[in-house]
Ligand binder design. Structure first.
Ligand code: THU
Length: 144
């Protein structure tokens, strides 16, 4: 793994993110759905983090690729996510599921850019998860 300096959103290495996400699909464990998913994000510090889905015989316990990516982020010492590409086994970007939008929000917030494809503008997470509940809401809503 290496890191890269990204000084503006136009510097985001989308091809690299997509390629690493595609590579991550080769590490998916998806014997039940046969849907391979890989994810790669870059942090504001220019570090890459990756993930792949890991299914379970108890289907509801499946870990999405984004869960695995967030674990990788924590394991590397944390950081703020700037941009993410999530791809399926066909190599094309796919939409994150509802739970993973929330997971990504925790670590990237409204401005996190989500890959929508090579010829399309990336989608800010605020458009995928409008009015999100986040860490600051806990402080605002606590009773004591
Ligand atoms: N999956 C992900 O990894 N991320 C998503 O955002 C949507 C779904 C996985 C979970 C499961 O292993 C497979 O795709 C089919 O739902």
């Amino acid at each position: 793994m290496y890191s890269l300096t990204v000084s503006s959103p136009t510097d985001i290495p989308w091809n690299e993110l997509r390629e690493q996400a595609r590579h991550a699909t080769t590490t998916s464990y998806a014997p039940y759905s046969h849907v391979l998913v890989g994810a790669c994000a870059i942090t504001v510090d220019g570090s890459f983090v990756v993930g792949a889905n890991v299914e379970n015989a108890s289907y509801g316990l499946t870990l999405c690729a984004e869960c695995s990516l967030v674990s990788d982020l924590a394991r590397q010492g944390g950081g703020r996510l700037l941009a993410v590409s999530i791809v399926a086994g066909d190599g094309e970007p796919m939409a994150p599921c509802g739970r993973c939008r929330q997971l990504l929000f925790e670590h990237g917030g409204n401005d996190l850019l989500v890959d929508a494809g090579a010829d399309v503008e990336p989608t800010p997470l605020r458009e995928l998860l409008p009015g999100a509940f986040g860490p600051e809401d806990l402080g605002l809503r606590r009773s004591e």
